[in-house]
Design a protein around this ligand. Structure first.
Ligand code: T5A
Length: 211
């Protein structure tokens, strides 16, 4: 069986990932693709337990390196138990955040060295990288306003400063420039129909290439 397809969705706070993940799933399923939806940190029992620790707003201060290692601990389990087997079975794996989020949040946001992240990336993933990464990009202030309008209380990472999220955004945009062949950057400050038409165009391009 042909290897499946590994698609990741990325963006800063309030970029609209949750909203658009459902849209991605419906587009792929309408085209007859077998789809597996998953997320990071999370996607396995261990990953979800680590997610709860990582996002707990009442957690005592977490050392940046401990945060980085927990992200990759969750990822190691996720890659081996879920992502690789699903790709081997021909699934289109749609992952809500992956290692680009680590480069953006722990690299850009926390200031950890990129080569430390790259070393862990190779250790945990081998040569596994996303085939397509859709980056929902929007000004930090707009994203914070959207996220703030939700009912849920901010989690530990959402409580970071605007400067932190500016560094996250800059790191994502740098990644997109570094890997233009895999990244599709969508202007997420547009209204939802315009955002989704950009996403649909990216999906149609990759589906056409693989048919
Ligand atoms: N993390 C993760 C790391 O630090 N390192 C890592 O390696 C990894 C994998 C995970 C957290 O962990 C961090 C990053 C994160 O802080 P998460 O659940 O993925 O948490 O992160 P969130 O950013 O909170 O993601 P959500 O999907 O919950 O929120 P979004 O992206 O804000 O999406 P959504 O859809 O809830 O949209 C927000 C609001 O905007 C509206 C929606 O209706 C909603 O009310 N909206 C729009 N409004 C107007 N126009 C549009 N185009 C709109 N699109 C959405």
């Amino acid at each position: 069986m042909a290897r499946g397809f590994f698609l990741t969705l990325e963006g800063g706070e309030g970029a609209g990932k949750s909203t658009n993940l459902r849209f991605v799933q419906s587009c792929l399923e309408a085209a007859g693709k077998p789809v597996l939806m998953t997320r990071e940190p999370g996607g396995t029992a261990l990953g979800e337990a680590l997610r709860a620790v990582l996002l707990d707003a009442n957690q005592s201060p977490v050392d940046p390196l401990a945060e980085l290692l927990m992200m990759f601990a969750a990822r190691a389990q996720h890659v081996e138990d879920v992502i690789k087997p699903a790709l081997a079975e021909g699934y289109w794996v749609v992952c809500d955040r992956f290692t680009d989020a680590t480069y953006a949040y722990q690299g850009g946001g926390r200031g950890l060295p990129r080569d430390t992240i790259a070393t862990l990336e190779t250790m945990v993933q081998g040569d596994l990288r996303p085939d397509l990464t859709i980056l929902l990009d929007l000004p930090v202030a707009v994203g914070m306003q959207r996220a703030g309008a939700r009912d849920a209380a901010p989690d530990r990472i959402e409580q970071e400063s605007q400067d932190f999220f500016e560094r996250v955004r800059a790191a994502y945009r740098e990644r997109a420039q570094q890997f233009p062949q895999r990244y599709c950057v969508v202007d997420a400050s547009q209204d939802l129909p315009a955002v989704q038409s950009g996403i649909r165009a990216a999906l149609e391009t990759v589906m056409a290439k693989r048919s």
